[in-house]
Design a protein. Structure first.
Length: 121
């Protein structure tokens, strides 16, 4: 390796991808959101920076940066993985609503309330 190659800074995949999407006409993006997470007992903190870019006909690309005492990790979540995350979140939301609805109905039946379709008008 010669001296010129050693001193050339290289862009990471994260930097290249965010640079590629930045200011494209068919891309909209969210503001970068920063969140600090303090675990129980306050043993260290974590800072997360999340930003989503949506490209027409491609999908959502999520950029995640995690900073802790151990260093920084930067991850690019591609559209296919972002879709899986969104789908799983939707499935869990549906399941939670269904369970809550069943519990409300069981409570009403225990109190002797009749469902609306069984009430006389």
């Amino acid at each position: 390796m010669n001296e010129n190659q050693e001193n050339k800074p290289t862009l990471s995949y994260f930097d290249r991808m965010i640079g590629t999407l930045h200011e494209l006409p068919d891309v909209v993006r969210s503001k970068a959101t920063t969140m600090r997470v303090v675990p129980t007992f306050g043993l260290g903190t974590y800072v997360y920076v999340v930003q989503t870019f949506r490209q027409k006909e491609v999908g959502d690309m999520i950029f995640l940066e995690s900073v802790s005492e151990n260093g920084t990790v930067r991850i690019v979540i591609p559209p296919s993985v972002a879709n899986v995350i969104a789908r799983q979140r939707d499935q869990l939301s549906k399941r939670s609503r269904s369970r809550a609805s069943r519990q409300v109905m069981a409570d009403r039946m225990a109190r002797g309330e009749k469902p609306g379709f069984m009430r006389k008008k």
